[in-house]
Design a protein around this ligand. Structure first.
Ligand code: ADP
Ligand code: MG
Ligand code: MG
Length: 492
C-alpha cells in the first residue's frame, strides 16, 4: 500500500517517551516479565535451566472498543460452526478430497480419520480448545468516515483447532503492560485494558473433560514436541489445572514416547507408564516434523482409537485446515451449518476473499488473478505453526511453478489483509536498551472452548484473547520466530 493510504491507530499514551524514562521502564519491565513467567526458552542458547523474557510491546496497542467487543461476541458462533464442520464427515471428505491426493501430511491425518470412523469411534466427545485469529482490515468500504480513528472491520486470518497456544502469554502480556502504564504514571488508563482469563478458561475446559471421563485416577496428557521452547505457556496451563483441581494430575510425553510405551486397555483406555489418560491436549502433532517415523503416526492413531477425550480429535484437526476455511467462504456453504441468517451474515462478514486452486473455472481464475496481481494475495499450504506461507512477488513465482501440477490443489489463495498501523516500542531479549519507535501491525486471537459430540454441544464459551504484534514490514509475526511480540489491546 502507498504511504498516504496507510492509516495509523492512535497510541494509548503520548509517545515518544523521554529517553531516560524509556531506558528505565524498559529495564524494569524486562525483569518484571521474566520474574512473572512471560518467558520462553532461547532458541540460540537453549538450556532447560534458563529462560529469556518473551519479546513484548511496551505500551498496549489501541483498538476501537466496538470492534474488540464484536470479535468476542462472534466467538461462540464460530465455535458452533467449527464443531459442526468437524462432525460432518460428508463435508470434510468433500472439502479435502483433492488436497489429500497431493498433500501427504493431510492425507495421513485423513487416513487416521477414515480408519477410526470405519472402525467406530470409541470416544464420541470432542474437546475444542480453539483460537480464531483476526486482523483489522484498514480499508473496509461502506462506512462513513469519522474522526481520526481509522474505520476498520475484522477479517479472519485462520481458525486454529490444534495447539492453540498463548493462553498464558496472552494474559501475561496484559500484566506486563499494566505494570508499564502504572510505572509511567498512567494508572487512570488501566481500566481500558480488558480482562483476560484465557488460562482459566482453557484449563476449565480440560477439567470439565476430565470430569466427563469419570475416573478420578486418570490423568491429563500433554503431547509435546521433543524440545519445548514455549515452555512457560505450556507449564502455566499445567500449574493452573493443578491449582484449580489438585486431583487432576498432568503428564507430558512426546509422540515418540507414546509410540514406544502407550497401550490400549480392555475398554480402549489409553495407558502410558502406568497412567490411564482421561484427556489428551495436543501441543504438538500439527506439522510433519513432529512425526519422525511410522512410530509417531502409529502413536497418533492409537490415541485416536482410545477412550481418552482428545483436544483435538482428528476431525477437529482436519476442520482447522486452510482448505476447509476456503470452502466455508464459498457462497451458500455456511447456511448448511448455521440456521440463523443473521449469524451467517456475521460470519461471512469476517471472511476475506479465499480461492481454491483446483483444476476448474474458479481455480483458473484464481491462478490468473495471482499472476496479474501477486501482492494482493497470500498463498497458503495446509500447514500450521507459521513460516509456511508465500507473500509478495513470490506468489507469482510459486503459482507459475505449480500451475500445471497437481500440487496446486494443496494450496489456497487468500486476499492479503492490510491492518492499520500503530507506532510503539518492541522490547526483545538481546535488544537495545533504548528501543526505536517502529510501525507495527497486530493480530488478535480469540480463544474458545467447546465440548460436545456429533449430536450436541453442551459447553460453548469465549474464554479470552491474545494479541501478537509485528513490525509492519514483516510478512509473519511468530513470537518465538523472532518478528512478533506479545501485546494486548487498549480499548479506545
Ligand atoms: P499458521 O497456521 O501457520 O499460523 P496463518 O494463516 O496464521 O498460518 O498465517 C501465518 C501468518 O501470516 C499470520 O499470523 C499473519 O501474520 C500472516 N497472514 C496470514 N494470512 C494473511 C492475510 N490474508 N493477510 C495478511 N497477513 C496474513
Ligand atoms: Mg494456524
Ligand atoms: Mg496463524
Amino acid at each position: 500500500m502507498s504511504e498516504e493510504n496507510v492509516k495509523h491507530l492512535p497510541s494509548a499514551i503520548p509517545l515518544p517517551l523521554p529517553e531516560a524514562e524509556l531506558t528505565d521502564v524498559v529495564e524494569k519491565s524486562k525483569d518484571w516479565a521474566l520474574m512473572h513467567g512471560a518467558a520462553m526458552r532461547s532458541k540460540t542458547t537453549f538450556s532447560e535451566d534458563s529462560l529469556n523474557f518473551a519479546p513484548f510491546v511496551l505500551v498496549p496497542t489501541a483498538f476501537p472498543r466496538k470492534q474488540f467487543l464484536k470479535s468476542i461476541e462472534i466467538q461462540p458462533i464460530l465455535n458452533e460452526l467449527m464443531h459442526k464442520v468437524a462432525h460432518s464427515r460428508e463435508f470434510l471428505t468433500e472439502c479435502l478430497q483433492e488436497t489429500i491426493k497431493v498433500d501427504d501430511f493431510t492425507g495421513r491425518l485423513f487416513n487416521i480419520y477414515e480408519t477410526v470412523f470405519n472402525e467406530g469411534v470409541t470416544q464420541p466427545i470432542s474437546l475444542g480448545l480453539v483460537r480464531s485469529d483476526l486482523m483489522l482490515e484498514g480499508s473496509c468500504k461502506g462506512h462513513a468516515p469519522s474522526d481520526s480513528t481509522p474505520i476498520c472491520c475484522w477479517k479472519q486470518i485462520e481458525f486454529n483447532t490444534i495447539a492453540s497456544g498463548f493462553g498464558w502469554l496472552g494474559p501475561s502480556s496484559r500484566a506486563i503492560q499494566r505494570y508499564v502504564l502504572q510505572e509511567l504514571g498512567h494508572s487512570d488508563k488501566l481500566k481500558n485494558l480488558p480482562d483476560n482469563n484465557a488460562l482459566e478458561g482453557l484449563c476449565s475446559g480440560m477439567i470439565e473433560a476430565w470430569k466427563l471421563y469419570g475416573n478420578s485416577n486418570a490423568v491429563v496428557l500433554f503431547i509435546i514436541e521433543d524440545v519445548t521452547y514455549n515452555i512457560c505457556d505450556q507449564r502455566f496451563h499445567e500449574f493452573k489445572i493443578r491449582e484449580m483441581d489438585p486431583q487432576v494430575k498432568v503428564i507430558r510425553r512426546n509422540l515418540t514416547e507414546i509410540g514406544d510405551r502407550a497401550t490400549l486397555g480392555a475398554k480402549k483406555e489409553l495407558i502410558i507408564d502406568g497412567f490411564e489418560v482421561a484427556v489428551i491436549y495436543f501441543r504438538a502433532g500439527y506439522e510433519p516434523g513432529h512425526y519422525h517415523s511410522e512410530k509417531e503416526w502409529d502413536a497418533r492413531l492409537l490415541m485416536e482409537r482410545s477412550l481418552a477425550i482428545k483436544s483435538p480429535t482428528i476431525h477437529y484437526h482436519l476442520a482447522g485446515t486452510k482448505k476447509v476455511q476456503q470452502v466455508l467462504a464459498r457462497p451458500g456453504v455456511l447456511e448448511n451449518f448455521l440456521s440463523d441468517p443473521s449469524q451467517v451474515e456475521r460470519v461471512r462478514n469476517i471472511f476475506t476473499g479465499l480461492y481454491s486452486l483446483d483444476f476448474d473455472e474458479v481455480g483458473e481464475q484464481a491462478i490468473q488473478m495471482a499472476i496479474d496481481d501477486p501482492e494482493r494475495f497470500v498463498l497458503k499450504p495446509q500447514r500450521e505453526g507459521g513460516g509456511n506461507n508465500v507473500y509478495g512477488l513470490e506468489v507469482r513465482e510459486a503459482i507459475k511453478r505449480m500451475k500445471d501440477s497437481e500440487e496446486r490443489t494443496a494450496w489456497i489463495l487468500m486476499e492479503r489483509i492490510h491492518p492499520p498501523l500503530s507506532r510503539g516500542y518492541m522490547v526483545r531479549p538481546g535488544g537495545s536498551k533504548v528501543p526505536e519507535m517502529v510501525d507495527m501491525v497486530s493480530e488478535l486471537g480469540i480463544f474458545g472452548v467447546v465440548l460436545g459430540d456429533g449430536e450436541s454441544i453442551w459447553y460453548n464459551k469465549q474464554v479470552g484473547h491474545m494479541l501478537r504484534t509485528k513490525v509492519s514490514t514483516a510478512d509473519e509475526g511468530g513470537v518465538a520466530a523472532g518478528l512478533g511480540a506479545l501485546d494486548s489491546p487498549y480499548l479506545i
